[in-house]
Design a protein around this ligand. Structure first.
Ligand code: ADP
Ligand code: MG
Length: 341
């Protein structure tokens, strides 16, 4: 039996101290972290960006196939992905936790081990939070802050006609990872002796369980001296993110099916699950890639980045949101089955 320490045994303050002891400060502009009534931040003249994401057990995650450590890492990645989408550098997080009595000190430790690994990965400081009991299940609220020089801040609605529309990485993988894990859960529920059948699914499963916020790209943009003209992170699927960029800018967009990046493993998994790989890429959520536009002038610099694909361009036809198929047919991204609006 694994050791189980009730949270009541150490108390809320004991738990917080126990958590805080495992974290070291990384950011110069964190003046004060955990321990007082609030954290104190000093952005030194930069713009501060801040955002929150709420995660509820049974709605946003399933502990049936999500190890707590992965969940901790993932919730940090998810909230930081929005910081990346503003072209900002992440710096601090705070966490609100609702814990039912199902959770022991050891399980909270596992969650925080993932959070700590993410803090190391992204060089952010955990500067506070709140801990409370929940009648049922686990609730996690993650808030993040980041900084950005005023002239590098990138919003959703600032593209210009003919700007090149690009995406990082590849799309649809996280959804195929989810399908693989869901299938294994069903198999396991019907026969607990069955071995998991995740062979050939390691990439898609990792994309579901351990997504990465693309700060490698944010640093790359700075190194290349490029500021995207608009940007959003891909949490709900490519089609819906493009529609957001269009709605915010009042512009149209035209993308090309042949350019949409889909990994081979995603392609094979989609075929196996009877899903069209294209639909997985356009509608599958949780990839946390960046969807952004750059001026024609800056595009040659961006083109050098291996992990960036140009998929189309912005148009001055306000209501156009279309995809040119390999067959040359033109389909509407707002059509049912494509972009959720
Ligand atoms: P208060 O009574 O002022 O709300 P708390 O006892 O809730 O204070 O928190 C004490 C300190 O511990 C604060 O700095 C708070 O931000 C931090 N904290 C509380 N819960 C957590 C948590 N789950 N993770 C990280 N820090 C936390
Ligand atoms: Mg509190």
């Amino acid at each position: 039996m694994e050791k189980r320490t009730e949270i009541g045994e150490v108390g809320e303050f004991g738990l917080i101290n126990h958590i805080a002891a495992k974290f070291t400060q990384k950011q110069e502009w964190t003046d004060l972290g955990i321990g007082d009534d609030t954290a104190v931040l000093d952005p030194k003249g930069n713009k501060v960006v801040t955002t929150t994401e709420l995660f509820i057990e049974g709605v946003h995650f399933d502990l049936g196939y999500t190890p707590l450590q992965h969940l901790g890492f993932k919730v940090v990645s998810v909230v930081l992905s929005d910081i990346a989408a503003m072209n900002a550098i992440p710096a601090q997080i705070t966490i609100g936790l609702g814990l039912s009595n199902r959770f022991s000190v050891e399980s909270v430790d596992a969650l925080y081990e993932g959070i700590r690994l993410a803090c190391e990965e992204y060089k952010v400081d955990l500067v506070g939070g709140d801990t409370t009991s929940s009648p049922q299940g686990l609730i996690i609220s993650m808030t993040a802050t980041g900084v950005v020089e005023a002239d590098k801040l990138v919003q959703r609605g600032t593209a210009k006609p003919n700007d090149v529309l690009c995406v990082t990485g590849d799309l649809g993988a996280a959804l195929m990872g989810l399908h693989s894990l869901e299938r294994e859960k069903q198999v396991f529920l019907s026969n607990p002796d069955m071995k998991p059948e995740l062979e050939g699914k390691s990439y898609v499963v990792l994309r579901q369980l351990k997504p990465m916020a693309r700060f490698d790209m944010i640093h790359e943009f700075r190194e290349l001296g490029v500021v995207p003209t608009s940007m959003i992170d891909c949490s709900d699927g490519l089609a819906s993110e493009i529609i957001h960029l269009c709605n915010a800018s009042g512009l149209g967009a035209r993308i090309f099916e042949k350019n949409i990046p889909i990994d081979d493993e995603t392609y094979l998994a989609a075929t196996e699950f009877n899903v069209s790989p294209l639909t997985a890429a356009l509608n599958g959520g949780e990839d946390y890639e960046l969807v952004f536009t750059v001026s024609q002038e800056d595009f040659p610099k961006i083109e050098k980045i291996a992990d960036v694909t140009a998929i189309g361009y912005m148009t001055n036809i306000g209501n156009e949101r279309v995809m040119v198929m390999k067959s040359d047919a033109i389909v509407d991204l707002t059509a049912p089955g494509f972009g959720k609006q």
